[in-house]
Design a protein around this ligand. Structure first.
Ligand code: 2AM
Length: 177
């Protein structure tokens, strides 16, 4: 049967060289033990939307303009473990405010056409998830300094198939240049 709902979220994609670096970190000195996120799925979630009727996706996409925000650099700096979700990740420090701005732009744009993101329990904690269903196994204090440039953001669909989950880019928008 054709699935008429899509699980959606907005995200910043990660350049391939940084994805490769993160994958090496997953393999070489894991600070978490659990299920490793596949390298092609690394991303920074800006806004989780949840399930939407597939037929409404074009209207959702139409609500979003390129925001008046210039490309900016951000840093993945700090390991974090979210115990309830059992997620092991690296959090963004520098660039967090700009990510908040992009998130605000998205939420304001979609709200004008009656699309709303579900309420979240926590404040916005931008991060790249490295492991799921995991436990921390060593000291999370060591700081990292992985810098990348945010030049666009994407609407992504979380697609479930026999191999697991795969995040597919449905649309992307450049940051203002
Ligand atoms: P995570 O990486 O921290 O687990 C697609 O599922 C993306 O949306 C994931 O990056 C996930 O964050 C995030 N996500 C999934 N369910 C969510 C929810 N209920 N609220 C907020 N974000 C969610």
């Amino acid at each position: 049967s054709v699935k008429n709902k899509a699980r959606l979220f907005f995200a910043i994609d990660i350049p391939q060289n940084i994805k490769n670096q993160l994958e090496k970190m997953q393999q070489k000195n894991p600070v978490f033990t659990g299920r490793a996120v596949k390298v092609h799925n690394f991303h920074i979630t800006l806004q989780f939307l949840g399930s939407l009727d597939r037929q409404k996706i074009p209207d959702l996409i139409d609500t979003i303009d390129s925001p008046g925000i210039k490309p900016f650099s951000l840093t993945l700096e700090r390991y974090a473990y979210y115990p309830k979700a059992e997620v092991g990740c690296i959090e963004v420090i520098q660039g967090k405010d700009q990510l908040k701005e992009v998130r605000k732009h998205i939420n304001q744009s979609i709200a004008q056409e009656g699309f709303f993101a579900p309420k979240e329990k926590h404040g916005f904690r931008p991060h790249v998830t490295l492991f799921r269903e995991c436990q921390p196994v060593s000291d999370l204090q060591q700081l990292l300094n992985i810098e990348l440039k945010a030049e666009r953001f994407c609407l992504m669909e979380s697609v479930q198939n026999e191999k697991g989950v795969y995040y597919e880019v449905l649309e992307e928008w450049p940051l203002y240049q």
